[in-house]
Design a protein around this ligand. Structure first.
Ligand code: C5P
Length: 411
């Protein structure tokens, strides 16, 4: 497993001679474990056939914006939502100009406009076209909109000239694309994450638990690791693979989880509690399997420790992030929970009726003191990256304030 494993890469191919390199790029992306879909402009299809890219990507190639069948299968909005990143390689001068203008007059520009995942262009064109002030102004404007620009490389060009304008090689593009996910926003910091449900034993064979799949917590752990953090994941019982470079500690009950967290919390800068910890456990665990006899039975439950509140109350508490799974009055309940538990940030989501728990998608409303942000419905991996980016921002903000305060204090 590496950073691109399982990532949805939408590759846009515009009409330039370098389009022949897209075939090798698709092959290399898939070799990294990425899932690839290709959108071609009309011009691109003059240089390389859709069939080639379909065979290599393992998916039908998309090219029509105003085609009923194509839109019904996977329209421009679905493609944009599907993408974890959009890379246009090669990006011609004309495509760059249209992207800069925010046009949506073909499928690729429409997808780019609708895409809220990171977007990158890899320019490829004649040297003079690249150096032209019009293209340079477009590139400056794209960068100002946080669109990434990979290359171009200098060298001998297809037109016979020598200079900047060559498409980067496929392996360089793969490295650059990997860098979009490995943001470095948490480099050098340690993150402790809890995930999954807990199981509270009733007797040796029965327990109380909940529907948490652990997917959101695992996605958060992976996103934090990709952002450069050293990540420890304390996990309840789930059937998920441990993300790359993440240290996983398996626990069963809330009590186990609390101990595992207590042992490591002093070494962490950020604590993210995603686990759906059981609020109560049976007051007594029967030593032997309970036998059925009476028509009714009563279980006396005891309150479990609140792990998150416990961490937030530590004198030297890390930056704390909690989750709030709510069925109603999401904002009010989440805000109240953030204050009651004294946590820096709370991410709330709706649960019940197919939402939140045990589903591939989720949406979050995130609250912190003096701020809030909505992260709209998308798959949990993408959502986790957006949440980790937000956590990194707030964490650095708080950190800098503390440093400034201490500097003032000692002055
Ligand atoms: O109070 P509530 O259970 O809704 O709070 C949810 C948040 O608190 C989650 O971040 C969850 O991981 C954390 N929590 C905890 N220990 C508990 C209960 C909840 O860390 N016993």
């Amino acid at each position: 497993m590496n950073t691109l494993t399982g990532k949805h890469i939408l590759l846009g191919v515009a009409g330039g001679i370098a389009a022949y390199k897209s075939a090798e790029l698709v092959r290399q992306l898939r070799a990294q474990g990425a899932r690839v879909r290709v959108v071609m402009t009309a011009g691109a299809q003059e240089f390389i056939t859709p069939l080639t890219l379909q065979a290599l990507s393992g998916n039908p190639v998309h090219s029509e914006l105003l085609d009923r069948d194509a839109e019904a299968a996977m329209g421009h909005i679905e493609l944009a939502r599907w993408a974890d990143a959009l890379l246009v390689a090669p990006a011609t001068a004309d495509f760059i100009a249209r992207l800069q203008q925010g046009r949506a007059d073909d499928l690729l520009t429409a997808v780019a406009l609708a895409c809220d995942a990171p977007v990158a262009v890899a320019p490829a064109m004649n040297r003079a076209m690249w150096e032209n002030p019009a293209t340079q102004a477009n590139i400056t404007a794209l960068k100002a909109r946080s669109i990434h620009v990979f290359g171009p490389a200098p060298g001998k060009q297809a037109c016979g000239e020598v200079g900047p304008g060559r498409l980067l090689e496929p392996e360089q593009l793969v490295t650059a694309l990997t860098g979009l996910f490995e943001t470095g926003a948490l480099s050098g910091y340690r993150v402790l994450v809890t995930a999954g449900p807990t199981r509270e034993a009733i007797d040796p064979v029965r327990y109380i638990s909940n529907h948490s799949s652990g997917r959101m917590g695992y996605a958060v752990a992976r996103a934090a690791s990709e952002a450069g953090a050293e990540v420890v994941l304390v996990s309840g019982p789930v059937s998920l693979d441990t993300p790359e470079r993440v240290t996983r500690i398996d626990v069963i009950s809330a009590d186990d989880m609390q101990h595992a967290v207590q042992e490591r919390v002093a070494d962490c800068d950020i604590f993210i509690a995603v686990a759906a910890v059981a609020d109560y456990r049976p007051g007594q665990v029967a030593a032997n399997k309970l036998k059925k006899s009476a028509d009714q039975m009563t279980l006396v439950l005891a309150r479990n420790p609140d792990i998150l509140a416990g961490v937030a109350a530590l004198p030297d508490a890390p930056f704390t992030v909690g989750f709030a799974a709510e069925t109603d009055a999401i904002e009010d309940n989440a805000r109240a929970k953030r204050v009651a538990k004294s946590v820096d940030m709370i991410a709330a989501n709706r649960v019940g009726k197919g939402a939140g728990f045990d589903t591939p998608d989720n949406a979050l409303q995130v609250y912190w003191q003096g701020g809030e942000q909505v992260l709209p419905l998308t798959d949990k991996a993408k959502l986790a990256r957006q949440l980790v980016a937000l956590i990194a921002q707030r964490f650095h903000d708080k950190h800098n304030k503390v440093i400034r305060f201490n500097a003032k204090d000692s002055a």
